[in-house]
Design a protein. Structure first.
Length: 47
């Protein structure tokens, strides 16, 4: 059965990530390339 996610959206969660985590995610997103070719998607990490 499908879960309803629209209930009680008044609660806000405050996250405090470490600087290393943020740096890792930013560097990963900079290195990720998605190429589209004839309705297909190819993901490549450029490291």
């Amino acid at each position: 059965m499908a879960k309803i996610y629209s209930q009680d959206t008044s609660k806000h969660i405050k996250l405090n990530p470490k600087k290393e985590t943020v740096d890792f995610l930013l560097n990963y997103s900079k290195a990720l390339r998605v190429n589209c070719y004839k309705k297909m998607k190819f993901e490549a990490l450029l490291n």
